[in-house]
Design a protein around this ligand. Structure first.
Ligand code: FAD
Length: 463
């Protein structure tokens, strides 16, 4: 990278990481000043790519001395601009911290550095521990394990085992004041095998959007990979039946994953499709699980249809069986490559109302609706995901998508849901709806951890 040595902050960053890994060059900052979602760009002043924990500590200490903000970044793929600095400053890109430190085969966990990607952990497990897997989001393969967990993301094992942040055994963190700190069993033991029974300090970092420290290592649980898999697909036209079907099937506790999809175009896709990968260690186990589902579905025989031979769905079958299961095929109706989705975490019983109102939102903004919802945490909630595609070259079209996303976020909160990976406007809405004492607690925690307010300021702004 080219560096302007007249800049003292840049010189200090260069002295920490070397010339190749710090920059304030406009063409590099251009990339760090925006993401691929629909939100407006914001200025980044520097980008730095540390390799070691000690380098992260030095950068954090420098930021405190200079009172300059740090925005931690994995792959920057949330689509809600969470790694685009709100107050300028340094983007701390973790891509070079890419070591898979340990896999414990028997207690089933992997310890990874902050920049390890979904694809690199999956490939490593495939080559070395093919009977193990981690819960993989549908996000692009460059998404990091740590970034996904810190936003409490969802993977293909979430319907069965919980959201990905529930699968964390422990972390190493550089606090906003520069000290390192271990959380979970790794704080006491050489094994990163458990989050309990210690006081659970993980909550000081999960969901905080990089405002309370830089996570440098993390231990994530692994799960058995089944050899036999099949898709169960069925459709209904009765939206009001969705909660009963979801709740009933979740209680069977046999699904590996569970999507509910529907879209306005083509016409055949307007039905409510349940797409359920089921897996087993043996063919007999798989058959048995499929049979139990079918017996459950018999109760609703008059209103559902098993989709076994639908030719239009055939190309999708393999994609749903893949891990990651379904690389966003959100129909590119607008022909411009842009796409965004809200992700509202909803109580299961609110899905029909959300469904109808989200169609109204799409109509209001002259967009065909497109839904990709996922059952979460063994059926205790749903990630309700209306998708809006837009033409990146058309400013009016982008504005329409922005407004549709804002309306969807408002709808989610009105229905008693929570906006997931919220961008700034949605964060503000959440804080406005929050119990004042909870807000006060967040404010105190932030002040104690980050007295100079250097960590990703502007996000979760409770001061
Ligand atoms: C096509 C598509 C499909 C998607 N599907 C899914 C899906 O199925 N499930 C899902 O969960 N998500 C999905 N996403 C959303 C998102 O891409 C993923 O959650 C992704 O894993 C986020 O990881 P990241 O590395 O991009 O995080 P980033 O965007 O880099 O970071 C996320 C947040 O964590 C903070 N952060 C990052 N690293 C650190 C660190 N080391 N220390 C402290 N803070 C840090 C950042 O400041 C930011 O606030 C999808 C996105 C796209 C584009």
């Amino acid at each position: 990278m080219w560096v302007n040595m007249k800049d003292s902050i840049l010189s200090a960053l260069v002295s920490i990481v070397g010339e190749d890994y710090a920059s304030n060059r406009p063409e590099e900052l251009y990339l760090y000043s925006r993401d691929s979602g629909v939100r407006e760009p914001r200025r980044a002043d520097y980008v730095v790519m540390p390799k070691t924990v000690e380098e992260v500590q030095k950068i954090v200490r420098l930021a405190n001395e200079e009172k300059i903000s740090i925005t931690p970044m994995g792959a920057g793929l949330t689509l809600s601009a969470l790694t685009v600095p709100v107050r300028g400053g340094i983007v701390l890109d973790t891509k070079r911290m890419d070591e898979i430190i340990e896999v414990n085969e028997t207690s089933r966990y992997a310890v990874v550095e902050a920049g390890v990607t979904q694809a690199s952990l999956a490939a490593y497990l495939n080559s070395n521990y093919p009977h193990l897997q981690h819960s993989t989001p549908e996000a692009p393969p460059t998404a990091t394990i740590v970034g996904n967990i810190l936003i409490q993301g969802h993977g293909h094992l979430t319907p069965r085992y919980g959201v990905n942040s529930q699968m964390v055994n422990g972390m190493e963190v550089v606090l906003p004041t520069g000290e390192t700190c271990k959380l979970g069993s790794g704080a006491v033991s050489q094994y990163w095998f458990s989050r309990d029974p210690l006081p659970d300090l993980m909550g000081l970092f999960l969901g905080w959007l990089g405002t309370t420290g830089v996570v440098t290592k993390l231990s994530i649980q692994l799960f058995p990979k089944m050899n036999f898999k099949e898709l169960l697909i069925f459709a209904t036209d009765n939206i009001d039946l969705i909660p009963e079907l979801l709740s009933g099937m979740a209680q069977l506790n046999l699904m590996e994953n569970c999507f509910i999809i529907s879209q306005e175009k083509p016409e055949w896709a307007q039905r409510v499709f349940f797409v359920i990968p089921v897996s087993g260690h043996s063919e007999e186990e798989l058959e048995f699980k499929l049979e139990l589902h079918k017996q459950f579905l018999l109760k609703h025989e008059s209103e559902i249809e098993l989709v076994e031979e639908e030719p239009a769905l055939t190309p999708l079958r393999n994609r749903f069986l893949d891990v990651p299961p379904f690389a966003a095929t959100a129909a590119d109706f607008r022909k411009g490559g842009g796409f965004g989705y809200s992700g509202i975490i909803l109580p299961v019983e609110k899905v029909p109302e959300a469904w109808r109102k989200a169609i109204e939102i799409a109509r209001k903004h002259e967009m065909p609706y497109s839904f990709g919802h996922q059952l979460l945490s063994n059926g205790h909630s749903v990630m309700f995901g209306p998708v809006y595609s837009f033409n990146r070259a058309d400013a009016a079209d982008m504005e329409r998508a922005r407004q549709a996303l804002d309306d969807t976020n408002r709808l989610g909160l009105e229905l008693g849901g929570i906006v997931w990976k919220p961008e700034l406007q949605a964060q503000k809405l959440i804080l406005e709806n929050m119990d004042p004492n909870t807000l006060e607690l967040m404010k105190r925690i932030k002040k104690v951890l980050d007295p100079n307010g250097i960590m990703n300021p502007g996000n979760w702004e409770v001061v």
